[in-house]
Design a protein around this ligand. Structure first.
Ligand code: NAD
Length: 253
């Protein structure tokens, strides 16, 4: 895919990995549509990108809400043109063990609310946004590229039943869509980041992060731009589809 002038939508684009992707893709010439929950955060992100000379527009969207997603993609098509690239990046954590057992007493510790919130945003959100983008890409006859952000947690991770299941589901969606949409000129890939320095990981205790860093073969957490580069690779490489790039400093080797 040629990045120049292409309209690329990034969910969760107001900060963290999403904003870093917007900056890299914008420097490569893409026009960005940032989708996120709050106007204020989006305004700050769009302002920062404009300072870099990058064109970006903001769309207040809850990716877990079908109507909100349909409205956002309709507005993008009207104001910016057909979406040529989508990065399904919005994601949340609501960690907790499944159960806790102490002194013979067993309690349920992950609530249905915790489970549902993460599945709604991290899996249903990918489904809803991917479906809207695929419609535009196929209707336009131009095709396009969808990049889904999974996680190394997809292999299973303590305290993350909800997140790991959703991120494994994201990979299953990626492969399914790659098979279904190839004939329509749409490629679909995924990136599974390891531990990257963003607000999501800064919520973890410093001693936990230090321990994690010691276990990473490359010896440190990744930077947001490392993930942005992986996303750009999938968007630009016309022979890539249905696969996952694991960018984790060697954590899972
Ligand atoms: P972040 O918390 O810094 O940013 C996530 C963004 O998504 C925020 O701007 C937030 O407002 C937005 N968002 C949350 N719920 C939303 C919703 N319902 N609708 C629209 N936007 C919503 O997180 P990050 O670290 O930048 O992570 C980005 C993606 O990368 C997530 O999918 C995350 O699971 C994944 N990931 C991150 C890491 C890491 O180490 N940071 C590792 C593996 C995977």
């Amino acid at each position: 895919m040629q990045m120049d002038e292409a309209v690329i939508a990034i969910t969760g684009g107001a900060r963290g990995l999403g904003l870093s992707m917007a900056s890299l893709l914008g420097r490569k010439g893409a026009r960005l549509a940032l989708l996120d929950l709050e106007q204020e955060a989006l305004d700050i992100a769009v302002g920062a990108l404009r300072d870099e000379g990058i064109e970006a527009r903001s769309y207040v969207t809850n990716v877990a809400d079908e109507v909100s997603v349909a409205q956002a993609f309709g507005a993008i098509a009207e104001e910016m043109g057909t979406v040529a690239g989508l990065v399904n990046n919005a994601g949340i954590t609501r960690d907790g063990l499944l159960i806790k057992a102490k002194e013979g007493k067993v309690e349920k510790t992950m609530s249905l609310t915790q489970w549902q919130q993460v599945v709604d945003v991290n899996l249903t959100g990918v489904f809803l946004c991917g479906r809207e983008a695929a419609c535009q890409m196929v209707e336009s006859g131009q095709g396009g590229v969808i990049v889904n952000i999974s996680s190394i947690s997809r292999a299973g991770n303590m305290g993350q039943s909800n997140y790991a299941a959703a991120k494994a589901g994201v990979v299953a969606l990626t492969v399914t869509w790659a098979k279904e949409l190839a004939r329509h000129g749409v490629r679909v890939g995924a990136v599974a980041p390891g531990f990257i320095e963003t607000e999501m990981t800064s919520a973890m205790r410093p001693e936990v992060l230090e321990k994690i860093a010691r276990g990473i073969p490359l010896g440190a957490l990744g930077k947001p731009n490392d993930i942005a580069e992986s996303v750009a690779f999938i968007l630009e490489n016309d022979y890539f589809t249905g696969r996952v790039i694991e960018c984790d400093g060697g954590l899972r080797i």
